[in-house]
Design a protein around this ligand. Structure first.
Ligand code: AOF
Ligand code: ZN
Length: 374
Protein backbone atom coordinates (compact mmCIF):
# COMPACT_ATOMS: atom_id res chain seq x y z
CA UNK A 1 0.00 0.00 0.00
CA UNK A 2 1.42 3.40 -1.01
CA UNK A 3 1.36 6.60 0.98
CA UNK A 4 -1.82 7.80 -0.75
CA UNK A 5 -3.75 4.86 0.71
CA UNK A 6 -2.53 5.64 4.21
CA UNK A 7 -3.58 9.28 3.85
CA UNK A 8 -6.95 8.21 2.56
CA UNK A 9 -7.45 5.89 5.54
CA UNK A 10 -6.49 8.66 7.96
CA UNK A 11 -9.00 10.95 6.31
CA UNK A 12 -11.85 8.44 6.55
CA UNK A 13 -10.97 7.74 10.20
CA UNK A 14 -10.79 11.48 10.96
CA UNK A 15 -14.23 12.08 9.47
CA UNK A 16 -15.78 9.22 11.44
CA UNK A 17 -14.38 10.38 14.78
CA UNK A 18 -15.24 14.02 14.12
CA UNK A 19 -18.78 13.01 13.20
CA UNK A 20 -18.98 11.26 16.58
CA UNK A 21 -17.61 14.36 18.32
CA UNK A 22 -20.33 16.47 16.64
CA UNK A 23 -22.94 13.96 17.85
CA UNK A 24 -21.59 14.24 21.39
CA UNK A 25 -21.61 18.04 21.19
CA UNK A 26 -25.33 18.01 20.29
CA UNK A 27 -26.12 16.42 23.67
CA UNK A 28 -25.38 19.80 25.21
CA UNK A 29 -28.02 21.57 23.11
CA UNK A 30 -30.32 23.54 25.40
CA UNK A 31 -28.11 23.47 28.49
CA UNK A 32 -24.75 25.12 27.60
CA UNK A 33 -25.95 28.62 26.79
CA UNK A 34 -24.38 31.19 26.81
CA UNK A 35 -21.47 28.85 26.05
CA UNK A 36 -21.00 26.76 22.90
CA UNK A 37 -21.84 23.09 22.43
CA UNK A 38 -18.58 21.16 22.12
CA UNK A 39 -17.79 17.46 21.73
CA UNK A 40 -14.48 15.59 21.98
CA UNK A 41 -13.21 12.08 21.20
CA UNK A 42 -9.76 10.96 22.40
CA UNK A 43 -7.95 8.00 20.79
CA UNK A 44 -5.00 6.13 22.29
CA UNK A 45 -1.70 5.82 20.41
CA UNK A 46 -2.95 2.78 18.50
CA UNK A 47 -6.13 4.51 17.33
CA UNK A 48 -8.67 2.97 19.71
CA UNK A 49 -11.27 5.23 21.36
CA UNK A 50 -10.02 5.97 24.89
CA UNK A 51 -12.44 8.67 26.03
CA UNK A 52 -15.41 10.76 24.97
CA UNK A 53 -16.84 13.97 26.34
CA UNK A 54 -19.12 16.92 25.73
CA UNK A 55 -19.72 20.27 27.35
CA UNK A 56 -22.86 19.94 29.47
CA UNK A 57 -23.36 23.40 31.01
CA UNK A 58 -21.69 26.82 31.22
CA UNK A 59 -19.15 26.85 34.02
CA UNK A 60 -18.74 23.07 33.87
CA UNK A 61 -15.67 21.27 32.49
CA UNK A 62 -14.98 21.72 28.78
CA UNK A 63 -15.49 18.77 26.42
CA UNK A 64 -11.73 18.16 26.11
CA UNK A 65 -11.28 17.86 29.87
CA UNK A 66 -14.21 15.42 30.18
CA UNK A 67 -12.78 13.22 27.40
CA UNK A 68 -9.22 13.40 28.77
CA UNK A 69 -10.40 12.40 32.24
CA UNK A 70 -12.15 9.38 30.72
CA UNK A 71 -9.02 8.43 28.75
CA UNK A 72 -6.55 8.87 31.61
CA UNK A 73 -3.04 7.61 30.76
CA UNK A 74 -4.30 6.15 27.48
CA UNK A 75 -4.36 9.64 25.95
CA UNK A 76 -0.54 9.74 25.84
CA UNK A 77 0.64 9.71 22.22
CA UNK A 78 -2.97 9.69 21.04
CA UNK A 79 -5.28 11.91 18.99
CA UNK A 80 -8.01 14.28 20.15
CA UNK A 81 -10.95 15.28 17.92
CA UNK A 82 -12.62 18.51 19.02
CA UNK A 83 -15.56 20.27 17.35
CA UNK A 84 -14.23 23.69 18.46
CA UNK A 85 -10.60 24.84 18.73
CA UNK A 86 -9.36 24.11 22.26
CA UNK A 87 -9.41 27.23 24.43
CA UNK A 88 -6.20 28.88 25.54
CA UNK A 89 -7.57 30.94 28.40
CA UNK A 90 -8.50 30.67 32.03
CA UNK A 91 -12.14 31.62 32.27
CA UNK A 92 -14.58 29.68 34.38
CA UNK A 93 -12.20 26.73 33.89
CA UNK A 94 -8.53 26.29 32.91
CA UNK A 95 -7.12 26.24 29.36
CA UNK A 96 -7.79 23.05 27.39
CA UNK A 97 -4.58 23.60 25.39
CA UNK A 98 -2.62 23.03 28.62
CA UNK A 99 -4.75 20.02 29.56
CA UNK A 100 -4.08 18.38 26.16
CA UNK A 101 -0.34 19.05 26.51
CA UNK A 102 -0.26 17.66 30.05
CA UNK A 103 -2.03 14.51 28.86
CA UNK A 104 0.62 14.01 26.18
CA UNK A 105 -1.76 14.05 23.20
CA UNK A 106 0.28 13.96 19.96
CA UNK A 107 -2.31 15.13 17.43
CA UNK A 108 -5.36 17.39 17.67
CA UNK A 109 -8.01 17.59 14.95
CA UNK A 110 -10.32 20.63 15.02
CA UNK A 111 -13.56 21.30 13.12
CA UNK A 112 -14.12 25.03 13.79
CA UNK A 113 -11.64 27.74 14.80
CA UNK A 114 -12.72 29.62 17.93
CA UNK A 115 -14.00 33.10 16.94
CA UNK A 116 -13.98 34.20 20.58
CA UNK A 117 -10.80 36.36 20.88
CA UNK A 118 -10.66 35.82 24.66
CA UNK A 119 -10.36 32.06 24.34
CA UNK A 120 -8.75 31.46 20.91
CA UNK A 121 -5.10 30.52 20.44
CA UNK A 122 -5.20 26.89 21.51
CA UNK A 123 -4.12 25.64 18.07
CA UNK A 124 -1.00 27.84 18.04
CA UNK A 125 0.05 26.92 21.58
CA UNK A 126 -0.30 23.21 20.82
CA UNK A 127 1.77 23.57 17.63
CA UNK A 128 4.47 25.50 19.47
CA UNK A 129 4.77 22.51 21.80
CA UNK A 130 5.15 20.03 18.98
CA UNK A 131 1.58 18.77 18.72
CA UNK A 132 0.28 18.17 15.18
CA UNK A 133 -2.84 20.28 14.75
CA UNK A 134 -5.25 19.94 11.84
CA UNK A 135 -8.18 22.28 11.37
CA UNK A 136 -11.07 22.38 8.94
CA UNK A 137 -12.33 18.80 9.36
CA UNK A 138 -16.15 18.64 8.95
CA UNK A 139 -16.31 22.38 9.52
CA UNK A 140 -19.71 23.00 7.89
CA UNK A 141 -21.39 20.24 9.88
CA UNK A 142 -19.88 21.37 13.17
CA UNK A 143 -20.81 25.01 12.43
CA UNK A 144 -24.43 23.99 11.88
CA UNK A 145 -24.56 22.34 15.30
CA UNK A 146 -23.12 25.44 16.96
CA UNK A 147 -24.85 28.06 14.77
CA UNK A 148 -26.43 29.95 17.68
CA UNK A 149 -23.22 30.49 19.62
CA UNK A 150 -21.08 31.17 16.52
CA UNK A 151 -23.56 33.81 15.30
CA UNK A 152 -23.70 35.48 18.69
CA UNK A 153 -19.89 35.75 18.82
CA UNK A 154 -19.38 36.71 15.16
CA UNK A 155 -22.26 39.19 14.78
CA UNK A 156 -22.57 40.36 18.37
CA UNK A 157 -26.30 39.60 18.43
CA UNK A 158 -28.39 36.50 19.17
CA UNK A 159 -29.03 33.93 16.42
CA UNK A 160 -32.64 33.99 15.21
CA UNK A 161 -34.56 30.94 14.03
CA UNK A 162 -37.91 31.79 12.48
CA UNK A 163 -40.34 28.89 12.84
CA UNK A 164 -43.71 28.59 11.14
CA UNK A 165 -46.32 25.93 10.40
CA UNK A 166 -48.32 26.04 7.19
CA UNK A 167 -50.29 24.11 4.63
CA UNK A 168 -48.63 23.10 1.36
CA UNK A 169 -49.91 26.34 -0.14
CA UNK A 170 -48.12 28.32 2.58
CA UNK A 171 -51.08 29.39 4.72
CA UNK A 172 -51.05 29.47 8.51
CA UNK A 173 -54.75 30.19 9.05
CA UNK A 174 -58.06 29.66 7.28
CA UNK A 175 -60.09 32.53 5.83
CA UNK A 176 -62.06 32.93 9.10
CA UNK A 177 -58.84 33.15 11.12
CA UNK A 178 -59.01 29.67 12.66
CA UNK A 179 -55.59 28.01 12.80
CA UNK A 180 -55.62 25.09 15.27
CA UNK A 181 -54.21 22.60 14.25
CA UNK A 182 -52.60 22.78 10.85
CA UNK A 183 -49.71 20.43 11.63
CA UNK A 184 -49.60 17.08 13.42
CA UNK A 185 -48.93 16.31 17.11
CA UNK A 186 -45.46 15.07 16.03
CA UNK A 187 -44.66 18.45 14.46
CA UNK A 188 -45.98 20.28 17.52
CA UNK A 189 -43.82 18.11 19.79
CA UNK A 190 -40.81 19.01 17.67
CA UNK A 191 -41.58 22.70 18.19
CA UNK A 192 -41.49 22.14 21.95
CA UNK A 193 -38.01 20.66 21.53
CA UNK A 194 -36.98 23.80 19.61
CA UNK A 195 -38.38 25.99 22.39
CA UNK A 196 -36.56 23.97 25.03
CA UNK A 197 -33.28 24.50 23.16
CA UNK A 198 -33.86 28.25 22.76
CA UNK A 199 -32.94 30.92 25.29
CA UNK A 200 -35.86 33.11 24.27
CA UNK A 201 -39.12 32.61 22.38
CA UNK A 202 -40.40 35.74 20.65
CA UNK A 203 -43.93 36.45 19.47
CA UNK A 204 -45.72 39.55 18.24
CA UNK A 205 -48.73 41.14 19.89
CA UNK A 206 -50.89 40.04 16.93
CA UNK A 207 -50.24 36.41 17.79
CA UNK A 208 -50.82 36.99 21.50
CA UNK A 209 -54.20 38.64 20.78
CA UNK A 210 -55.26 36.07 18.17
CA UNK A 211 -54.07 32.78 19.71
CA UNK A 212 -53.38 33.56 23.39
CA UNK A 213 -50.34 31.20 23.37
CA UNK A 214 -48.56 30.05 26.55
CA UNK A 215 -45.17 30.05 24.74
CA UNK A 216 -43.56 27.66 27.25
CA UNK A 217 -41.50 24.61 26.30
CA UNK A 218 -43.33 21.36 27.00
CA UNK A 219 -41.10 18.75 25.33
CA UNK A 220 -42.01 15.04 25.23
CA UNK A 221 -39.29 13.95 27.68
CA UNK A 222 -40.68 16.03 30.56
CA UNK A 223 -40.03 19.60 31.69
CA UNK A 224 -36.82 21.15 30.29
CA UNK A 225 -33.85 22.13 32.46
CA UNK A 226 -35.02 25.72 32.23
CA UNK A 227 -37.81 27.58 30.45
CA UNK A 228 -36.84 30.04 27.71
CA UNK A 229 -37.57 33.71 28.32
CA UNK A 230 -40.89 34.59 26.68
CA UNK A 231 -40.77 37.86 24.76
CA UNK A 232 -43.79 39.76 23.42
CA UNK A 233 -43.12 42.48 20.86
CA UNK A 234 -45.88 44.90 21.76
CA UNK A 235 -45.11 48.48 20.70
CA UNK A 236 -48.38 49.95 22.07
CA UNK A 237 -48.50 47.85 25.27
CA UNK A 238 -51.71 46.07 24.33
CA UNK A 239 -50.94 42.72 26.04
CA UNK A 240 -54.13 41.90 28.01
CA UNK A 241 -53.73 41.42 31.76
CA UNK A 242 -55.23 37.94 31.41
CA UNK A 243 -52.98 36.77 28.55
CA UNK A 244 -51.60 33.27 29.12
CA UNK A 245 -48.13 34.44 28.11
CA UNK A 246 -48.11 36.36 31.42
CA UNK A 247 -48.77 33.19 33.47
CA UNK A 248 -46.03 32.38 35.95
CA UNK A 249 -44.81 29.21 34.18
CA UNK A 250 -41.81 31.10 32.79
CA UNK A 251 -40.34 34.61 32.86
CA UNK A 252 -41.82 37.09 30.38
CA UNK A 253 -40.46 40.29 28.89
CA UNK A 254 -42.80 42.69 27.09
CA UNK A 255 -41.02 45.05 24.69
CA UNK A 256 -42.90 48.33 24.16
CA UNK A 257 -42.08 51.45 22.14
CA UNK A 258 -40.50 54.31 24.08
CA UNK A 259 -43.54 56.50 23.33
CA UNK A 260 -46.21 53.95 24.30
CA UNK A 261 -49.11 55.26 26.40
CA UNK A 262 -47.85 55.30 30.03
CA UNK A 263 -51.18 54.07 31.41
CA UNK A 264 -51.10 51.04 29.11
CA UNK A 265 -47.45 50.40 29.97
CA UNK A 266 -48.19 50.53 33.70
CA UNK A 267 -50.96 47.95 33.29
CA UNK A 268 -48.55 45.52 31.61
CA UNK A 269 -45.69 46.32 34.01
CA UNK A 270 -47.78 44.99 36.87
CA UNK A 271 -47.77 41.55 35.25
CA UNK A 272 -44.39 41.23 33.50
CA UNK A 273 -41.05 42.90 33.04
CA UNK A 274 -41.29 45.72 30.50
CA UNK A 275 -38.49 47.12 28.36
CA UNK A 276 -38.85 50.33 26.31
CA UNK A 277 -37.19 50.39 22.92
CA UNK A 278 -36.84 53.07 20.24
CA UNK A 279 -39.80 53.32 17.88
CA UNK A 280 -39.16 52.07 14.38
CA UNK A 281 -41.53 51.13 11.55
CA UNK A 282 -42.91 48.93 10.18
CA UNK A 283 -43.32 46.90 13.36
CA UNK A 284 -43.38 49.85 15.75
CA UNK A 285 -40.10 49.21 17.51
CA UNK A 286 -36.47 48.66 16.67
CA UNK A 287 -35.89 44.91 16.31
CA UNK A 288 -32.08 45.21 16.26
CA UNK A 289 -32.38 47.02 19.61
CA UNK A 290 -34.61 44.22 20.86
CA UNK A 291 -31.90 41.69 19.99
CA UNK A 292 -29.27 43.89 21.67
CA UNK A 293 -31.42 43.93 24.80
CA UNK A 294 -31.73 40.12 24.68
CA UNK A 295 -27.98 39.76 24.26
CA UNK A 296 -27.47 41.81 27.41
CA UNK A 297 -29.51 39.08 29.09
CA UNK A 298 -27.14 36.40 27.73
CA UNK A 299 -29.64 35.20 25.13
CA UNK A 300 -27.73 33.36 22.40
CA UNK A 301 -30.51 31.53 20.52
CA UNK A 302 -33.91 33.09 19.75
CA UNK A 303 -36.90 31.16 18.44
CA UNK A 304 -39.15 33.58 16.56
CA UNK A 305 -42.71 32.27 16.52
CA UNK A 306 -45.76 33.94 15.16
CA UNK A 307 -46.97 36.15 13.43
CA UNK A 308 -46.43 36.74 9.79
CA UNK A 309 -46.03 40.50 10.25
CA UNK A 310 -43.30 40.26 12.87
CA UNK A 311 -41.48 37.55 10.89
CA UNK A 312 -41.60 39.72 7.76
CA UNK A 313 -40.14 42.63 9.71
CA UNK A 314 -37.26 40.51 11.06
CA UNK A 315 -36.53 39.25 7.54
CA UNK A 316 -36.53 42.69 5.98
CA UNK A 317 -33.99 43.82 8.60
CA UNK A 318 -31.73 40.86 7.78
CA UNK A 319 -32.21 39.44 11.27
CA UNK A 320 -33.22 35.86 10.41
CA UNK A 321 -30.44 33.25 10.45
CA UNK A 322 -32.45 30.07 10.03
CA UNK A 323 -35.96 29.18 8.88
CA UNK A 324 -37.76 26.08 10.11
CA UNK A 325 -41.05 25.41 8.33
CA UNK A 326 -43.45 22.61 9.20
CA UNK A 327 -45.49 21.85 6.10
CA UNK A 328 -48.71 19.87 6.41
CA UNK A 329 -50.04 17.88 3.43
CA UNK A 330 -53.12 20.10 3.31
CA UNK A 331 -54.44 22.95 1.17
CA UNK A 332 -56.53 25.97 2.14
CA UNK A 333 -56.60 28.21 -0.92
CA UNK A 334 -57.54 31.23 1.23
CA UNK A 335 -56.41 32.61 4.59
CA UNK A 336 -53.37 34.36 6.02
CA UNK A 337 -49.97 33.55 4.53
CA UNK A 338 -47.25 32.23 6.85
CA UNK A 339 -45.14 35.30 6.03
CA UNK A 340 -46.24 38.93 5.77
CA UNK A 341 -44.53 41.72 3.84
CA UNK A 342 -40.76 41.22 4.09
CA UNK A 343 -39.46 44.19 2.14
CA UNK A 344 -39.59 42.47 -1.23
CA UNK A 345 -41.20 44.48 -4.05
CA UNK A 346 -39.86 42.63 -7.06
CA UNK A 347 -38.45 39.21 -7.87
CA UNK A 348 -34.86 40.43 -7.79
CA UNK A 349 -35.33 41.18 -4.08
CA UNK A 350 -36.37 37.62 -3.16
CA UNK A 351 -34.93 36.35 0.13
CA UNK A 352 -32.96 33.42 -1.25
CA UNK A 353 -32.32 30.50 1.09
CA UNK A 354 -30.54 27.19 0.87
CA UNK A 355 -32.01 24.01 2.34
CA UNK A 356 -30.03 22.49 5.18
CA UNK A 357 -32.32 19.62 6.03
CA UNK A 358 -35.65 17.96 5.20
CA UNK A 359 -37.10 15.58 7.81
CA UNK A 360 -40.50 13.87 7.74
CA UNK A 361 -42.22 14.67 11.04
CA UNK A 362 -45.32 12.52 11.51
CA UNK A 363 -47.38 13.11 8.35
CA UNK A 364 -45.71 16.52 7.86
CA UNK A 365 -42.34 17.70 6.55
CA UNK A 366 -39.90 19.82 8.50
CA UNK A 367 -37.86 22.03 6.18
CA UNK A 368 -34.78 23.79 7.50
CA UNK A 369 -33.10 26.49 5.43
CA UNK A 370 -30.88 29.48 5.92
CA UNK A 371 -30.20 32.66 4.01
CA UNK A 372 -27.47 32.27 1.40
CA UNK A 373 -24.49 34.19 2.75
CA UNK A 374 -23.73 37.28 0.64
C1 AOF B 1 -17.09 25.76 26.61
N1 AOF B 1 -17.05 24.40 26.57
O1 AOF B 1 -16.17 22.47 25.90
C2 AOF B 1 -15.13 24.48 25.18
C3 AOF B 1 -15.19 25.92 25.20
O2 AOF B 1 -16.62 30.35 30.20
P1 AOF B 1 -15.49 29.39 30.06
O3 AOF B 1 -14.30 29.71 30.88
O4 AOF B 1 -15.95 27.97 30.27
O5 AOF B 1 -14.93 29.51 28.56
C4 AOF B 1 -15.79 29.52 27.50
C5 AOF B 1 -15.02 29.64 26.20
O6 AOF B 1 -14.12 28.55 26.02
C6 AOF B 1 -15.96 29.58 25.01
O7 AOF B 1 -16.44 30.85 24.69
C7 AOF B 1 -15.11 28.99 23.91
O8 AOF B 1 -14.43 30.05 23.24
C8 AOF B 1 -14.06 28.14 24.64
N2 AOF B 1 -14.28 26.66 24.51
N3 AOF B 1 -16.18 26.50 25.94
O9 AOF B 1 -17.97 26.33 27.24
C9 AOF B 1 -16.14 23.73 25.89
N4 AOF B 1 -14.20 23.80 24.51
ZN1 ZN C 1 -11.54 24.78 26.97
Amino acid sequence: AGKATGDEETRVTDLAHMRRAIELAARGRGTTSPNPVVGCVVLDASGRVAGEGFHAHAGGPHAEVVALRAAGERARGGTAYVTLEPCDHTGRTGPCSAALLAAGVARVVVAVRDPNPEAAGGAERLRRHGVTVETGVLTAEAERGNAEWLTSVRLGRPHVTWKYAATMDGRSAAADGTSQWITSPEARADVHRLRAEADAVVAGIGTVLADDPLLTARPAGGPPARQPLRVVVDSAARTPAGARVLDDGAPTLVAVAADADPVAVRAVAGRAEVVRLPRREPYGLDLAELLAELRRREVVGVLLEGGPTLAGSFLREGLVDRVVGYLAPALLGAGAAALGPAGVATIAGTHRLEFEDVTPTGPDLRLTARPIPL
